[in-house]
Design a protein around this ligand. Structure first.
Ligand SMILES: Nc1ncnc2c1ncn2[C@@H]1O[C@H](COP(=O)(O)OP(=O)(O)OP(=O)(O)O)[C@@H](O)[C@H]1O
Length: 796
């Protein structure tokens, strides 16, 4: 058992404006426990929290100032936690702080740069690296991702649902067993065998979280998110399984409702958040007070889920995120006070071991049988049941390997069962008799025949082996051809569904075969778009693609609007930057791939040269009838040194290539996420534009399809003509010929002019009669106008 208080760390977010006047100072040396002093500016000191103190001092395990990089946060905070999970202890890291103070940045990471990846991706990478290194145990890893919003839990990883609203996700329900253990019903667990698979799950959850965000909460996260890694380990042959859980928690912003000055839905959310954080505080207070028997965990879903992490069987770490600016001083002091209380809580972490009942049964059955056998010998009442076919086969196999074993000390272990012992003797006697008879009947002539027969058999055997090898190669070639064809089809399919001009370069990823096993693994897993299965990378591209798949159904006009929207969006800079970085990484990977291949060839050549040189030396020794040369061969030594050097170079390049692969995957996931975000924002904007337009120019024929609309009296005019009237660069994309209205359908007129167009020019647009399509057409016209106006290109 490990007794430990909750570890508290502070992280200060970079100021919005550089060279901002400092309102805090960090004292690193204060008797080895660093402290953070928040200085209250004079104009705020009066009336603040009913006293006039001008500075507040708080102690933390460590304080990270605004320039601390993500790597140092991982190394100092998360790595030791990951170590304890690997050792079998439940662990939790949670970030607490006001909105915008950097909780998500710290836990998940920034959405732009690879170097900004946060605790979750770095911890996953570290854990999987350690699992790869440790072959003494069998590990199983599962991932779950829970979101708690307004006291309801949602499963962010449910593969059956395509969420567009949070309510579409499966609701997670808390159940408590008689031992007061918490179980989360409907929270799916997904096995992840590699870092890549785990990362895909993280991004899938984050994408679901983003898609399901209500417009109200876009500016700040109003929900709590718990990403959990479930790790089980077992030594081969052992019946004991060790379980450990790592919760990585991104809490909702901790600001007070009064200060945030919100109303309506936001107020409801704020109340829930405040309430759940208030209950969290209550739990913390109760735990930090001695002799409190009742801890109010059950008051909120979050405290129920984190019950073990707070005052239970868990090693827990809190990161207080602080945005230390003048306007946030009150919230910052309150975050630090909360942390000080948290630091008083003592947890007792124990190893969670359980015996696997299946293995235990097998183990006990074996033991019972052995005891029965021994008992039979002692009592002289051997079992009379005949041995089964399988038992006999097993015994004969044992005898054969016993006879073939060259070791004179080897033993024939058949246990204490007399039936088995008898059978062994019987079988050995039979073998001996057969051999004696064979030996007697073999005359000189027969032995000659035998030799002939044997060489004939050997010849036959060789021929068969050759044929077998030939067939193997044929199969190998055919399988390769099949694979290539399959890849071509998949690439074609994938290309057709991807954004115009946004084809990922991953298809040409030059990961070399490298060291045969590893290289193959890399080259297979490095092309996520090719994966077909629903687990992991295929799952990611499938799922994320589903979410970006809206564009496949877009009309041309909508697509055009989307292109412009995308181009003008703030995130397009990030996407472009990431594309550039991706390009660089790909060319680096390509160059590395070529160098690695060259190094492999060189290693092969050097090995051949060494063998040849060695053989020459031996041959020389034989011809001169001398023993091995006394002096070491200079040339061979030289070659060996070169070989070592080349191997080192190969290894360095291979390690770099592996790191590049992870970075490329991560960047691609970031770009996927940005794409989903862009699309979501575009859809919302488009819908708003359509609603606006419809609000003052009813497009839906109130008389129903096929009936003339009262507004059709207007002279028919082509909508492309309308757009052509706008003298702007983008009008080149508008189809030059008028779109004929479908037969039997009267063109509908929007009746009124959109706000932005010239009032003296009435509009008439040939519409299709289909309300969805018509609203798209009109929304497009309006969207285009407002875009052009925004860009200062609006005509008239
Ligand atoms: N240490 C940091 N370095 C650079 N940028 C940061 C840092 N911390 C936060 N940011 C940036 O500040 C912004 C707000 O951060 P973040 O979203 O992590 O806040 P939060 O505390 O999670 O907010 P909320 O409670 O609303 O979810 C983001 O744009 C993020 O990239």
């Amino acid at each position: 058992m490990v007794k430990q208080t909750i570890q508290i760390f502070a992280r200060v977010k970079p100021p919005a404006r550089k060279h901002q006047k400092g309102i805090y100072s960090i004292d690193e040396d204060e008797k080895l426990t660093p402290s953070l002093e928040i200085l209250l500016p004079r104009d705020l000191a009066d009336g603040f929290v009913n006293n006039k103190r001008e500075s507040y001092r708080f102690k933390f395990q460590r304080i990270f100032d605004h320039d601390a990089k993500q790597e140092i946060i991982f190394e100092s905070i998360a790595k030791p936690v990951a170590e304890s999970v690997l050792a079998g202890y439940n662990s939790t890291i949670f970030a607490y702080g006001q909105t915008g103070s950097g909780k998500t940045f710290t836990i998940t990471g920034g959405a732009e740069r690879y170097s900004d990846r946060g605790i979750i991706p770095r911890t996953l990478s570290y854990i999987f690296e350690q699992l790869r290194k440790d072959s003494s145990k069998i590990y199983t890893t599962h991932i779950s991702y829970l979101e708690i919003y307004n006291e309801c839990g949602y499963d962010l990883l449910d593969p059956r649902h395509e969420a567009s609203r949070l309510e579409d996700l499966p609701k997670v329900i808390i159940l408590e067993d008689p031992d007061q253990n918490i179980h989360l019903k409907n929270l799916s667990l997904h096995q992840a065998t590699t870092e890549e698979e785990a990362l895909n799950l993280l991004f899938l959850g984050d994408t679901n979280r983003m898609i399901a965000e209500t417009p109200m909460n876009q500016a700040s996260t109003r929900s709590h998110c718990i990403f959990t890694v479930h790790l089980s380990s077992k030594e081969p042959g052992s019946t004991t399984i060790r379980h450990a859980k790592l919760h990585l928690v991104d809490l909702a912003g901790s600001e007070r409702v009064a200060k945030s000055g919100v109303g309506g839905q936001l107020l409801t959310e704020a109340k829930y958040i405040n309430l759940s954080l208030h209950y969290l505080e209550q739990v913390i207070i109760a735990l930090s007070e001695k002799n409190r028997s009742h801890i109010p965990y059950r008051n909120s879903m979050m405290t129920s889920v984190l019950r073990d992490s707070l005052g239970g069987n868990c090693m827990t770490t809190m990161i207080a995120t602080l945005s230390l600016e003048k306007r946030n001083i009150e919230e910052s002091i309150s975050t630090c006070r909360f942390a000080q209380r948290v630091a008083l809580i003592k947890n007792e972490a124990v190893l969670n071991e359980e015996v696997d009942p299946r293995l235990m049964i097998i183990h006990l059955q074996k033991e019972v049988q052995e005891l029965k056998d021994q008992l039979a010998i002692v009592t002289g009442e051997p079992s009379t049941e005949a041995l089964t076919e399988e038992e006999l086969r097993q015994l004969e196999k044992l005898i054969t390997s016993f006879l073939e074993d060259q070791d004179p000390e080897s033993r024939l272990e058949v246990g204490a069962d007399m039936r088995k012992i008898h059978h062994c003797f019987h079988h050995l006697k039979k073998l001996l008799n057969d051999k004696t008879i064979l030996g007697k009947s073999t005359g000189p002539c027969e032995s000659g025949n035998q030799v002939q027969q044997e060489s004939f058999r050997e010849e036959e055997y060789r021929k068969l082996q050759d044929t077998l090898e030939q067939r193997d190669s044929e199969i190998y070639i055919l399988v390769n051809m099949l694979k290539k064809e399959k890849k071509k089809t998949q690439d074609a399919l994938h290309l057709s569904s991807m954004d115009r001009g946004e084809t990922r370069p991953s298809q040409g990823l030059p990961f070399p075969p490298g060291n045969p096993q590893e290289g193959q693994r890399m080259s297979l897993s490095s092309v996520p778009v090719q994966a077909q299965d629903l687990g992991t990378s295929g799952y990611r591209s499938h799922s994320l693609h589903r979410k970006t798949g809206m564009r496949e159904e877009m009309s041309l006009g909508r697509q055009e609007a989307f292109e412009i929207f995308k181009r003008d969006h703030a995130d397009s800079v990030t996407v472009d930057d990431n594309k550039q970085i991706l390009k660089q990484r790909f060319s680096e990977a390509k160059a590395l791939g070529e160098n690695i291949n060259e190094a492999r060839r060189k290693i092969g050549r050097l090995k051949d040269a060494i063998t040849q040189r060695h053989m020459q030396q031996v041959a020389l020794g034989i011809s001169e009838n001398t023993a091995a040369p006394l002096r070491p061969d200079r040339q061979e030594e030289q070659l060996r040194l070169q070989l070592e050097e080349e191997k080192r170079r190969y290894k360095t390049m291979f390690t770099r290539l592996k790191a590049l692969k992870v970075e490329i995957e991560h960047l691609q996931l970031l770009m996927d996420k940005t794409k989903v975000k862009l699309q979501k924002e575009f859809e919302a904007w488009w819908a708003a534009e359509a609603t606006n337009l419809q609000a003052y120019s009813p497009v839906v024929n109130p008389l129903g399809p096929g009936k003339p609309s009262p507004q059709t009296a207007e002279p028919q005019q082509d909508w492309s003509q309308l757009l052509a009237n706008r003298s702007d660069v983008n009008s080149r994309d508008i189809p030059p010929t008028p779109c004929p209205s479908p037969a039997g359908q009267e063109p509908l007129s929007p009746g009124a002019q959109p706000e932005s167009s010239t009032p003296e020019r009435p509009l008439s647009v040939p519409l299709t009669g289909d309300s969805q399509t018509d609203s798209d057409i009109l929304a497009f016209i309006r969207a285009r106008q407002s875009l052009l106006q925004k860009k200062g290109l609006g005509s008239n």
